[in-house]
Design a protein around this ligand. Structure first.
Ligand SMILES: [Fe+2]
Length: 376
């Protein structure tokens, strides 16, 4: 049996409601346990906590322009590794054309996020068309390939030795954010059956313990004529998400959790109206996210709390790094010129520290740590 040390206190000049009615001229910073779920303290600072004039050392935030990675590897297992730890492996893959071989991940479930393009996914479960904005969950062990007439850019997030589940939606119930009935699954359709004939020689690249094995068949192993069960590849598009919001309270990123795995979560920021209560914050609060490393991939739109960020970029904020709105966004802390956000972004929050992979280093924007400079 254990519980958090009980404290509930208001000291000095302070608001009693998080993210609202800040003392005049102050900036709010949250320190919290368990991401945004656990006990938290809210400080009212005289200066933005990101107002440093110099920042050295390994805690620096990083930014990568993944859209600049070269297109090309025909295999997902050759795609550049961007960030990884023992429980989560993030790759960015720019597929051009059809995959010549089948792929299978024996290390964990794979989540594909289609950043750009469209294609046809053929897998053990059948055929599924995929397009920009799709999340596709591939259960560990699924045999798959993508046929694509034009380039497809994919963010790949592996739940190493683990699997994807849906978050507990608590008070709002299972049908909020997206209804499970919105999940699409592959079909044993004409296209699937048609691809079973023709080619007579297929190879499968199986990845296990991050090493590849190559299996050659004298037939196409995607040859199921049917299946049944309660496990499948599933797909949901970000435009089908109906994000939670409150007109009187800036909800934390945890309200936007889409998938949960063993030691990390995947959240989606989708367009939503700004808060309308005059005292409610309209931008993210400053925070350190002390228990989680934070990764954000910018998919589409105008990123309201960040400057100099465009679609295809990824930012990495290690746990303990204080961050919050950029100075320009901070001027809109309580008043936004637009009625709603216009951004789609994928967030990965990992409980364990991530290492930057060689693929990311080649497209790093080294000036990111300085991007908070300047007065709001
Ligand atoms: Fe954050």
């Amino acid at each position: 049996m254990k519980r958090y040390i009980p404290v509930s206190r208001v000291e000095g000049t302070a608001s009693r409601q998080a993210h609202c009615d800040l003392p005049e001229g102050t900036y709010e910073r949250e320190m919290s346990k368990e991401g945004f779920f656990g006990p938290a303290a809210f400080f009212h600072h005289r200066h933005p906590p990101t107002g440093w004039i110099e920042f050295t050392g390994p805690l620096q935030p990083r930014a990568f322009d993944l859209a600049k990675l070269p297109a090309g590897p025909a295999s997902p297992w050759s795609a550049p590794e961007v960030l990884a730890n023992a429980h989560c492996r993030i790759r960015y893959w720019r597929l051009t054309g059809d995959m010549p071989r089948l792929a299978r991940n024996a290390d964990g479930d794979e989540l594909l996020f289609v950043h750009a393009g469209r294609g046809e996914l053929y897998c053990d479960f059948g055929h599924l068309g995929i397009e920009a904005g799709d999340y596709v969950v591939l259960p560990r062990g699924t045999l798959w390939r993508i046929a694509a007439p034009a380039p497809v850019d994919l963010l790949m997030i592996e739940a190493t030795n683990s699997g994807y589940q849906l978050p507990e939606k608590g008070l709002v119930g299972n049908h909020a954010i997206f209804d499970p009935a919105m999940l699409d699954a592959p079909a044993i359709d004409e296209a699937f059956l048609a691809q079973q004939s023709g080619e007579t020689h297929w190879q499968v690249e199986v990845r296990r313990r991050n090493a590849l094995s190559l299996i050659t068949y004298p037939f196409n192993p995607l040859d199921a004529v049917g299946w049944h069960g309660d496990l499948s590849v599933v797909r949901i598009n970000v435009r089908d998400l109906r994000p939670l919001m409150s007109h009187r309270y800036h909800l934390p990123p945890s309200a936007h959790t889409t998938f949960v795995a063993g030691r990390f979560v995947v959240c989606t920021f989708a367009p939503r109206p700004f808060e309308t209560d005059p005292g409610a914050l309209k931008v993210p609060f400053f925070h350190n996210n002390d228990d989680y490393d934070e990764v954000l991939f910018y998919h589409a739109g105008d990123f309201f709390s960040r400057d100099n960020i465009h679609p295809g970029m990824m930012t990495f904020h290690p746990a303990g790094f204080t961050h919050g709105p950029h100075p320009k966004a901070l001027t809109r802390m309580f008043q936004q010129p637009k009625p709603a956000t216009d951004e789609y972004a994928v967030m990965v929050d990992t409980r364990d520290p991530l290492d930057v992979g060689p693929g990311a280093a080649s497209v790093e924007w080294t000036g990111y740590v300085d991007s908070w400079k300047g007065r709001p």
